[in-house]
Design a protein around this ligand. Sequence first.
Ligand code: C5P
Length: 401
Amino acid sequence: MLVIVGGSMAAVKAPSVLRRLRERGAEVRVIATRAALAFITELSLSTAADGPVGTDAHWFEARPDALHLTLARVDAAVVVGASAELLAGAAHGHAGDLALATLLSVRGPVLWVPAMNELMWTHPAVQANAATLRGWGHRFLGPEVGAFGTRGEGRGVGRMSEPEDIADATLALLKGDASPAPVRDLVGVRVVVSAGPTREYLDPVRFISNPSSGKMGFAVAEAARDRGADVTLVTGPVTLPDPAGVRVVRIESALELRDTVMDAARDAGIVVMTAAVADYRAATQSGEKQAKVAGDVTVHLTPNPDILAELGREKGDRVLVGFAMETHAGVERAAGKAARKNADFILLNYPTREGTAFGGDDNQVTLVRADGSHEDWPRVSKREVAERLLTEAARLLPRQG
Ligand code: C5P
């Protein structure tokens, strides 16, 4: 087991992590980055580890063996007090110090336990680096919501997980158990998510719809659940099973979707409209199957209510998120929609991109705000898009206390 201690205020908690791991029978090797040694001494780490600590100074000592390769021969590695700098270095394959060179050489599972200011953690650059590492199978524990900083002056998401939880997650990693608990920044928050297509029946057996698979909305619901939220998922007809631990309401038409979402959204903190709502429904719906007639048929359609816009009209403190699919002038049109519907932001995606959007497991979206400001996110899994969306939405929630 390798413990890498990063340069963050939370490095002072590293000895407590080391002690817990040793008490529970783990054999521990330790690396401290140069920045870590600004927060904690080599002596306190080596005492807690009951052995020497690898540092850049030792790495450059004239020795026949390559210290990074020796230290990398472990069954798992955990980065405690992972800083934005370490995440960036690892995500880009840097090997300029002992910690990074060793991380490049480790072949077992890697667990990151980040600790940094909320402003840094939520920056798209840091999120992109974390997504890259997750994409390689690296795990993350936290960061948590709470006080951070020397005097506890900071509040928000960024606080390092507690030593006991780090020890639990590390030992689970060694046993090959499921990924450790994710960030729990939505405890006590009601989240409403709409997903899938709607069906607008012309008669009992014919309808207008679209190919939405519901995967994006289900991913948002599952991610919100895992972050501690109380989740209601309102979904049109899709083939996905109900996610565990989520209140699922299955609807068909846009009118049913509207009634259910408006009701559920009343005391919600975050509403995410991923549903591909049909813009029109039949002006009159026949109760009987319409017989085939010779020649053309005219169907009279009437517009459906815009649910997101209705929510936007009485927005209050709720965070409203929409999705938009555009084939051209995407950012401009999405910004217009965010403004018109009073949404905090819209995630723009493109139906024509291969492997993304309708039915795919990945998505490549652009976050667009009403003022036209926007951020391109890389192509990542829909779950990862959901995580980033929720990080952004959580930041916009009114602060308690
Ligand atoms: O269809 P449009 O591009 O306007 O969709 C943008 C956002 O508005 C999506 O989040 C969609 O779920 C929502 N919407 C809605 N009610 C509609 C149409 C769209 O809530 N009738």
